[in-house]
Design a protein around this ligand. Structure first.
Ligand SMILES: Nc1ncnc2c1ncn2[C@@H]1O[C@H](COP(=O)(O)OP(=O)(O)OP(=O)(O)O)[C@@H](O)[C@H]1O
Length: 901
């Protein structure tokens, strides 16, 4: 019967599209011991189609012999009573015992799923005299099938993930914001490779998808991005979508970890402890659930947020392969990332870029970079943040007029600050901020005033009123930054004098935790806010050591000692005081990145603009002394940087390839807003060429760069390729465009281009711009104008989005230009565009590379034959287009002519 009716059985079990019937049959066969747990797993393979699973059941039962087949028929009859077949009915019906017990059996699978309150049911049965307490004990033994235990665990895990991911942490201090209401897509990109390709934007799904994979054998995806770029929030979004069943459904279990919290785990743990104790405890059948995880790694996803916050540096030296073996948590984590442990489980790890050492890169499946908000992202975030659309419009308008502030808003954390402080921003009492420090001071004042009984609008009194809170929180922050501690116990709060009232100011929030150990801990709203308080402490404290400030600026020095001040060591636990050996330049920078952010805030807080705040609570002499010291340290660090530049090879220009440390020092100078400091710092820069390629320069860095580079003694050639300046950044760079040579791969669109070109026409240095950006036909009129006026431009517009229409406009300018060598590869100008260009370029003698990859067909080829006839410099013309035989013949004929000439 099983063999004969195979098709009907498969159809009957799968007709509903749900696996409910199949699961019920399996449950029955399991309870009758006709199937083993192993059989069950072989049949019900998650992710495989229902039909295949059902066929697997039939094959297996058939191979087991007649008796299991009889049980299968009975089970089918129970689960699908209408499923009757001639020849089988009588037998089945004979054996059928239509009792209520039987009815219960039929409904078994559904009842098991739906019965949540077993205890209540048992009580009722005992009360009605149907059950003894002994019966109850028997029922309470674990009698669920493995799939039911598993789905129960999955439900528990997803409901705790849902609870943890629904709200955004930064809206602490009383206000709560749902992630759904505020989440705004950030700009996600794959790393730009060296082949000059356009940067590739990706979506949330692509983080796990195949796009951008560089090592198919590795399981770890890196999500990298600067401080406050939104990495934690993006992971939180992924968690939320998974828990809701809206994304990542190929994974049955998702285990989210925070490296920040893993830091506090002092015990040695095994993977099993890590999963169950730090994420979700299985109330029963722990071993079976773990076995399921081991057997199905492809159905499991781990996320690790903030690898840079882990006290230990990634290393692949200590091997751990056994999932039940205990080891220090960082060792377990590193072996998971490498795939030594639990190979096949997919991992997403987020980190600031500086913390990604070459050792880790070897083990990455791919990298995805989060670049903060795009201009439209800023718009949408501000609108989401304000229920009242008129307020949102006002905030956006005010951003339009303050371009430096708009630049800051590309960083989501700053966009959040600006939106929170919209009242302060819009009331016009104060100059609106253009430095990061100013924005953070604004949020400080905003939080204090929100909780203050006295409504103070002038800066004089708010700082005075709250300066002890700033001091307490500052000390806690400073101690933490010094030893990479971001989670604090109540005892640590007490040691730094942090009172309940200080906590009430809203800057500290209670840590979220999925761990089974429920000790209350605190963390700052955001780690950059911790850096800000640490800097405020350095300004206010009367007890810091003299060397603290110089040490802040020595963070590029590999052998730098910790900031440590003996008077604070009392605040640290002995484990915190143990500094780990510094072993690798990349990771040293990572460990010090928060110290660098602290140093940047210190520059801002001691700037002339903000000194008045501190003068209310500290002596003028003290503040002025510290401000002088900071300026001196900055200048010294930059000079040291310049001195390290090697002498040029004979005949070449002296060139400096800036390291990330250079960009940080420039940002510190910008925060100080003192042109004397900028001038002094630049006075020693003795290079002819400054290469800032791949330096992660976004709009904020462009503002700082333009501020400082204006003070150069002699102009340099500035190369800013492979950064993310974007339209807003370009605008900030205008004052130093005269020294700029190239801006390839910078996310520039038509909006940014008009201003750039107006200025670019006047800048002789500007020769090689704008390949691999986002330009369209709309900006070709500006380029046409530029080409008419400038004869030393040699490369233009490769890999943008220009079509025939744009090519026609450009042709106008090209007629008058005799310098261009490289033009328009990787666009989509087609035949019509090629014809227009061919006409304009008829007499060109300079072109080397033209129209590769542009969808040009035969008509275009015929037209371009003329260009070939006359232009002897051409090396590559029409590779990668759609030309067929007639077009090729015409080009060949032109080439022969060219060669003869
Ligand atoms: N996509 C987003 N939508 C809405 N708000 C966001 C988004 N990303 C970040 N934010 C806001 O910015 C704050 C900082 O972001 P987040 O903590 O995710 O940055 P991060 O990259 O993890 O920073 P760090 O490296 O310093 O830990 C968030 O608390 C939130 O207020």
């Amino acid at each position: 019967f099983v063999l004969r009716q195979r098709v009907d059985i498969v159809n009957a079990l799968c007709r509903s599209g749900s696996s409910e019937y199949l699961e019920s049959v399996l449950d029955i066969l399991l309870s009758q011991e006709q199937l083993t747990w192993e059989d069950y797993q072989n049949i019900l393979v998650p992710g495989r189609s229902l039909h295949t699973n059902t066929r697997q059941l039939l094959d297996l039962v058939f191979s087991k012999g007649v008796e299991p087949c009889m049980y299968l028929m009975t089970a089918l009859q129970q689960v699908l009573p209408k499923f009757t077949r001639a020849g089988s009915n009588e037998n089945i019906n004979e054996e059928r015992d239509v009792t209520s017990a039987h009815a219960l059996m039929t409904q078994r699978a559904r009842l098991v799923r739906e019965l949540k309150d077993v205890d209540g049911l048992l009580d009722a049965l005992v009360a009605s005299g149907h059950f003894s307490s002994l019966d109850c004990d028997v029922v309470k033994l674990p009698t669920r099938t493995p799939s039911q235990q598993f789905s129960r665990y999955q439900k528990k895990l997803s409901s705790s993930v849902l609870a943890q991911s629904s709200f955004v942490g930064t809206y602490g201090g009383g206000s709560v914001m749902r992630l759904d209401d505020i989440y705004t897509e950030g700009q996600l990109e794959l790393p730009q490779d060296l082949s000059e390709a356009n940067c590739v934007c990706v979506t949330l799904e692509d983080i796990i998808g195949v796009v951008g994979t560089v090592n198919t054998e590795a399981d770890t995806v890196l999500l990298s991005g600067d401080a406050g770029s939104g990495k934690s929030t993006l992971l939180q979004r992924l968690h939320l979508l998974w828990a809701r069943g809206a994304a990542l459904q190929e994974f049955l279990l998702l285990f989210p970890f925070s490296c920040r919290r893993l830091n506090s785990e002092q015990r040695e743990l095994s993977v099993i402890d890590l999963l169950f104790q730090h994420c979700c405890w299985p109330d029963r059948d722990k071993d079976e659930i773990f076995q399921f995880i081991l057997d199905n790694p492809h159905l499991i996803l781990f996320t690790f947020d903030g690898l840079d916050e882990l006290k230990d540096t990634f290393s692949d030296e200590q091997r751990l392969c056994c999932p039940t073996q205990c080891a220090p948590v960082p060792i377990v984590l590193f072996n998971l990332l490498q795939g030594c442990l639990m190979k096949g489980v997919r991992k997403i790890v987020s980190s600031r870029p500086q913390a990604v050492s070459p050792a880790l890169k070897k083990h990455l499946r791919k990298e995805v970079i989060l670049k903060g908000f795009s201009p439209s992202g800023i718009d949408s975030f501000v609108r989401k943040h304000h229920n009242d659309p008129t307020v949102a419009v006002k905030v956006l308008q005010s951003l339009k007029t303050n371009r430096a502030l708009l630049g800051l808003c590309h960083s989501p954390v700053l966009c959040w600050i600006v939106s929170q402080c919209h009242k302060e921003l819009l009331d016009g009492h104060e100059e609106s901020p253009k430095t990061i420090t100013h924005a953070y001071l604004m949020i400080l004042q905003h939080f204090f005033q929100r909780h203050s009984s006295v409504n103070t609008t002038d800066g004089l009194s708010w700082m005075l009123q709250h300066h002890t809170t700033v001091l307490h929180l500052g000390q806690l922050a400073f101690v933490g930054i010094n030893c990479s501690a971001y989670v604090f116990s109540q005892a640590e709060l007490n040691k730094c004098g942090v009172t309940e009232m200080d906590v009430g100011s809203g800057f500290l929030i209670q840590s979220k935790s999925m761990s089974s150990n429920h000790i209350k801990t605190f963390e700052f709203l955001h780690v950059t806010i911790q850096c800000f308080f640490a800097a405020a402490f350095i300004v206010l404290s009367t007890t810091i050591e003299h060397c603290t400030i110089p040490r802040l600026f020595k963070t590029q020095d590999p052998l730098m000692a910790p900031l440590g001040s003996t008077c604070f060591h009392g605040c640290l636990s002995s484990s915190e005081q143990q500094q780990k050996p510094l072993d690798d330049r990349d990771t040293i920078e990572a460990k010090h990145q928060n110290i660098q952010i602290t140093a940047m805030f210190l520059c801002g807080l001691l700037s002339q603009r903000h000194q008045f705040l501190w003068l209310q609570c500290c002596s003028r002499a003290n503040i002025e002394k510290r401000a002088k010291l900071v300026a001196k340290c900055l200048s010294k660090s930059l000079h040291k940087h310049f001195k390290s530049i090697p002498q040029p090879v004979q005949g070449e220009k002296k060139s400096m390839h800036a390291m990330p440390g250079f960009v940080w020092l420039i940002k510190c100078i910008y925060e100080m807003q003192e042109s004397a400091v900028a001038k002094d710092a630049m006075s020693k820069m003795d290079v002819q060429h400054l290469k800032l390629t791949y330096c992660n320069i976004g709009p904020v860095e462009c503002t700082a760069l333009a501020y400082v580079l204006q003070h150069l003694k002699n102009p340099v050639g500035l190369q800013l390729d492979y950064n993310s300046a974007g339209d807003v950044g370009i605008e900030q760079l205008l004052p130093c465009l005269h020294i700029c040579q190239s801006l390839r791969n910078n996310n520039i669109s038509d909006e940014g281009i008009s201003k750039l070109i107006t200025k670019g026409i006047l800048c002789e240095n500007f020769q090689k711009i704008l390949f691999n950006n986002k330009l369209t036909d709309n900006s070709m009129k500006y380029f046409s104008e530029l080409l008419k006026n400038r004869q030393n431009f040699f490369a233009l517009l490769g890999n943008n989005n220009i079509s025939a229409e744009g090519a026609k406009q450009l042709a106008e300018g090209l007629k008058l230009n005799h310098s261009l060598k490289y033009l328009l590869w990787g666009n989509k100008i087609g035949d019509t565009g090629a014809e227009a260009l061919a006409y304009a370029l008829e007499n060109s003698k300079s072109l080397v590379w033209l129209l590769v990859g542009n969808g040009v067909g035969n008509a275009g080829a015929f037209a371009l034959a003329n260009v070939i006839r006359n232009c002897t410099s051409l090396e590559e013309l029409l590779t990668d287009n759609c030309i067929t035989r007639p077009g090729v013949d015409s080009l060949r004929e032109a080439l022969q002519h060219n060669i003869r000439v």
